[in-house]
Design a protein around this ligand. Structure first.
Ligand code: DGL
Length: 263
């Protein structure tokens, strides 16, 4: 039996739209709810407890809107908050994101893998466990990227300041011989063109959006909860709804109505 309730997806801001696009293309018959917590962006430099509080509040809101599943389209929120959400909602399908260390460790030829992510993700116990599990045989260079999410939130995907900041983060990875670079934050796929320009052509970029959409499909199929309806997408922002509406055509590919999330 089909379940045409929507899937709730959230991030600290617009980054999760990179995941939402993958979900839409993999699961075109699912209705989607997207909440950008732009009033509190960036999560990357905030405390795990603060992020957990945001996760609790947003999860409760999206479930109140009828979500049948939740996707934490944010590496930082997953690292800090998914375990607690699993405890709070043991029956709920919950899908999170983590830097793609395993595929990168399998793909590298130089044996050196770079990870671009937020400070919060890189400092988390979840990320340490990921390295222990999958990166024993490779060298992993971690690079926190403070300030980058703010550039992307501002829509400055190709501005001189964004380029300069990104250059400063990418340079150490090139210097140390990384041939595989993990995009460990859902905002970064939006600056992929810049990364491709800056990195040697031999470097492979690894992103997790498509894998998360596939995993979501598997989880819903296993519970007989896939939808077969006419898909709609609704948006909320805890920041300025007008700003999210303005960037949707570029980052989501079409216009959308954005409501205010006042919490
Ligand atoms: N997009 C987020 C992530 O994947 C969070 C970025 C931030 O707010 O610092 O980690």
């Amino acid at each position: 039996m089909a379940d045409n309730a929507p899937i709730g997806v959230f991030d600290s801001g617009v980054g999760g739209l990179s995941v939402l696009r993958e979900i839409r293309s993999r699961l075109p018959q699912e209705s989607l709810l997207y909440l950008a917590d732009s009033g509190y962006v960036p999560y990357g430099e905030k405390s795990p407890e603060f992020i957990r509080q945001r996760c609790r509040s947003i999860a409760s809101f999206l479930l109140g809107q009828g979500a049948k599943a939740l996707v934490l389209a944010c590496n930082t929120a997953t690292a800090a908050g998914i375990a607690e959400l699993r405890e709070l909602y043991p029956q709920l399908p919950l899908v999170g994101m983590e830097p793609a260390v395993k595929p990168a460790a399998q793909a590298t030829r130089s044996g050196v893998v770079g990870v671009l992510a937020t400070t919060g993700t890189l400092k988390s116990a979840k990320f340490a466990a990921l390295l222990d599990r999958f990166a024993c045989d490779v060298r992993v260079i971690t690079q926190p990227c403070p300030g980058l999410v703010e550039c992307i939130e501002a829509g400055e995907l190709d501005a001189p300041a964004t380029r300069a900041l990104l250059e400063s983060y990418v340079h150490p990875l090139i210097e140390q011989g990384c041939d595989t670079v993990i995009l460990g934050c859902t905002h970064y796929p939006f600056i992929k063109p810049l990364l491709i320009e800056m990195l040697p052509a031999t470097v492979t970029l690894v992103d997790t959006g498509a894998a998360v959409a596939r995993h979501l499909e598997t989880v819903l199929a296993a519970r007989d909860q896939l939808g077969n309806g006419e898909a709609a997408t609704r948006f909320w922002s805890s920041g300025d709804p007008g700003r999210l509406a303005a960037v949707l055509p570029v980052l989501w590919g079409e216009c959308g109505m954005v409501a205010d999330y006042p919490d």
